[in-house]
Design a protein around this ligand. Structure first.
Ligand SMILES: [Zn+2]
Ligand SMILES: [Zn+2]
Length: 261
């Protein structure tokens, strides 16, 4: 889903030839039907198994799935190396941030500046502060590795979806405490920018338990009455339904799904 930061995050779902305004559907019944067809989001070939939306060939060769995506400290773009050096130049030899994001705990992460705030919204963070600013992905990765000793780098997506939040956390204090964790020459990248980005999601009610929908197993999730499910909210890249089921929309990229509302 495409996102836009506003008082509440604005979500649009790209369907074939139009953008569906998802915020308008919160509180409404919608029905989804997986048509048992998946297409690679890179080469558009029909596939039987999706690797994060890609066919196996694209997954194992495309720069979007390089090791340095999940582990920025392994990025070699600054040495002129990578699966596709032009892509690396355009994406990883660019300004990056290390940030602290608050959800069920304080998480450290790395993002390209151009991905702000989309990256933070996708993780379902409720507030975020910039910790360091670097000229490339590699340096942000090295800083993140040092910070991982003190902060988690994973989002607990179940707690995030239940709206559970760490209490009594002051991100500005956490950030400036963390400066001591950083070794000498990396301190020059510490960010003076103490702005907090607050993110509110269109959620009417959080689920008490969370069960994830796999469209390959439940091709058409339904309510007890056999009709569609009421959409109770959207957070991160998840749709939250009235029966505590949630759908990770990103995970189903490339799936042919019929949406009725
Ligand atoms: Zn492909
Ligand atoms: Zn890279």
């Amino acid at each position: 889903m495409k996102t836009q930061l506003a008082e509440q995050v604005i979500y649009h779902l790209p369907m074939e030839d139009k953008l569906v305004s998802m915020n308008e559907l919160v509180g409404e019944k919608i029905s989804l039907k997986f048509e048992n067809e998946i297409y690679c989001i890179n080469c558009d070939n029909k596939i039987h198994k999706s690797f994060h939306g890609f066919c196996w060939n694209c997954f194992s060769t495309s720069p979007e799935n390089s090791e340095c995506i999940l582990r920025p400290e392994l990025c070699l773009a600054h040495e002129g190396k990578g699966r596709n050096i032009e892509w690396e130049k355009a994406h990883h030899l660019q300004e990056h941030f290390v940030y602290l994001a608050l959800s069920s705990s304080v998480k450290v992460g790395v993002t390209r500046s151009a991905q702000v705030p989309a990256r933070w919204i996708d993780q379902g963070a409720s507030s975020v502060i910039r910790l360091a600013k670097t000229p490339n992905r590699y340096l942000s990765g090295v800083i993140e590795v040092q910070m991982k000793k003190y902060f988690t780098d994973k989002t607990n997506w179940q707690k995030m979806l239940k709206g559970e939040e760490a209490e009594g956390i002051n991100l500005i204090e956490e950030k400036w405490k963390a400066e001591d964790y950083l070794s000498g020459e990396l301190k020059q990248y510490y960010s003076e920018d103490d702005r907090i980005t607050e993110i509110n999601y269109p959620v009417l009610r959080y689920p008490e338990k969370v069960k994830s929908i796999d469209l390959e197993k439940t091709t058409s999730p339904k309510g007890r009455d056999g009709a569609g499910l009421k959409l109770m909210g959207i957070k991160g890249q998840y749709l939250i339904f009235e029966d505590n089921s949630v759908l990770n929309v990103r995970k189903h990229s490339g799936y042919v799904v019929c949406l009725e509302y």
